[in-house]
Design a protein around this ligand. Structure first.
Ligand code: SIN
Ligand code: CO
Length: 389
């Protein structure tokens, strides 16, 4: 049963952050500078084995890559999954890395690692990527757009970082965006349980010293261009087609070709009014936008059940599992799920947002209206019945 407690004291020192409080970390390091924490998660040996990761990389729906490095030719090669078992047996002994993104969606124990960073809002969290590298394996020196918490599992890896550079040169003709130059300024050897936090834009280069696995807790941030486009589209959709700019106070002009100060402020005011919608409309839009996904669609349940039948199924040891890709958030009486907003009692909205599955115990704490909503979400394919592990 996967449950998130969902609450966190930002002023409590955290071993995971080397004794810093979440508040100190956010003030001093987040989006600002790297932090290396030796033994952040003592005894961490990973959440899945290398062969399980390889198995996942063979799944049609998983997003996987292999990066091979030829150190003599200084060449890098990218292969995209899904892979077949034989693909692995044909790989050289050394100098390659297998990377699988979104492992949290497929593997409950991996998803639970995200609780380590519960001080970061979930709308800011993207996924857990897991990599397995043979000795010498690396994805090359590069920089990422997003913050990442690199948690070392089995094996050791040497991490080097360099000074940020604006528009750095990349190796030509390469999908991998490998930096053409990389002058290490600082380096760490990470061992099992060590953490390296990197803010965006820091050139970094991780090379496995022996077979090594790394768990990357990766962040996301919306592109401002997408925010503006999506919100403007939403506003446009809410406006009646015949709504025109009105100007009953337009003063007479002296020169009809002049775009005068009055005209400019008329447009400014109209735009400001449109963009500054009331909270009533803006918050649901934001919650829906942040939980929406462009590339996943629920498959309606073959056997939709009403809430009474669902309760019976839960009573026989089943649980309702949320679609693993479905993002959730809550805000006062609202649950946002996969781009939709539902009005629910606040405690139910919190419960459903922070739990991946609903078993009988949780179900019994929900209001009847919420149970009915769950039946609808089940019928639409956003929750599926499964065995309660
Ligand atoms: C990895 O190889 O596990 C992560 C690579 C990176 O983001 O630097
Ligand atoms: Co990186």
């Amino acid at each position: 049963m996967r449950c998130n407690s969902g609450s966190m004291n930002p002023d409590q020192p955290l071993a995971f952050l080397g004794g810093l409080t979440a508040r100190d970390f956010m003030n001093e390091y987040w989006q600002k500078k790297p932090l290396f924490v030796p033994n952040a998660l003592p005894g961490f040996s990973g959440t899945l084995e290398a062969d399980e990761l390889a198995g996942l990389a063979c799944e049609e729906l998983a997003d996987s890559r292999i990066v091979l490095h030829d150190p003599e030719q200084h060449r890098w090669q990218l292969r995209r999954g899904p892979f077949q078992e034989e693909d692995f047996s044909r790989l050289p002994e050394e100098n390659w890395t297998l990377l699988v993104t979104d492992v949290d969606q497929w593997h409950a124990e991996t998803e639970q690692l995200l609780q380590l960073i519960d001080f970061i809002p979930r709308w800011r969290v993207d996924d857990v990527m897991v990599s397995y590298a043979t000795a010498g394996g690396s994805v090359g020196p590069h920089l990422d757009q997003y913050d990442v918490f690199l948690l070392q599992g089995p094996g050791r890896r040497r991490w080097q970082i360099a000074a940020p550079e604006e528009n750095p040169d990349l190796l030509p003709e390469h999908e991998l965006a490998i930096l053409a130059r990389f002058e290490a300024e600082q380096e760490w050897i990470t061992q099992p349980g060590d953490l390296l936090y990197l803010p965006p834009g820091i050139p970094h280069y991780g090379v496995a010293l022996e077979p090594a696995m790394t768990w990357s807790l990766g962040m996301r941030a919306p592109a401002l261009a997408d925010l503006v486009t999506a919100y403007a589209e939403h506003i446009a959709e809410t406006l009646p087609a015949d709504a025109l700019l009105r100007d009953p106070e337009l003063p007479p002009c002296e020169n009809p070709w002049q775009l005068g100060p009055d005209h400019i402020s008329l447009f400014r005011k109209n735009l400001d009014r449109l963009l500054r919608q009331t909270d009533d409309a803006w918050i649901p839009w934001l919650g829906k936008w942040l939980t929406g996904t462009a590339n996943h669609w629920p498959a309606p349940a073959e056997n939709p059940l009403d809430s009474h039948a669902l309760q019976q199924a839960l009573a026989t040891g089943h649980a309702l599992f949320r679609a693993p890709w479905a993002r959730t958030l809550w805000h006062e009486q609202m649950l946002f799920i996969a781009g939709e907003a539902l009005l629910l009692p606040n405690k139910d909205a919190q419960t459903l947002a922070s739990n991946h599955c609903v078993d009988l115990k949780l179900w019994n704490h929900l209001e009847a209206a919420t149970q009915n909503h769950l039946a609808t979400l089940h019928a639409r394919g956003l929750y599926a019945l499964g065995d309660d592990a």
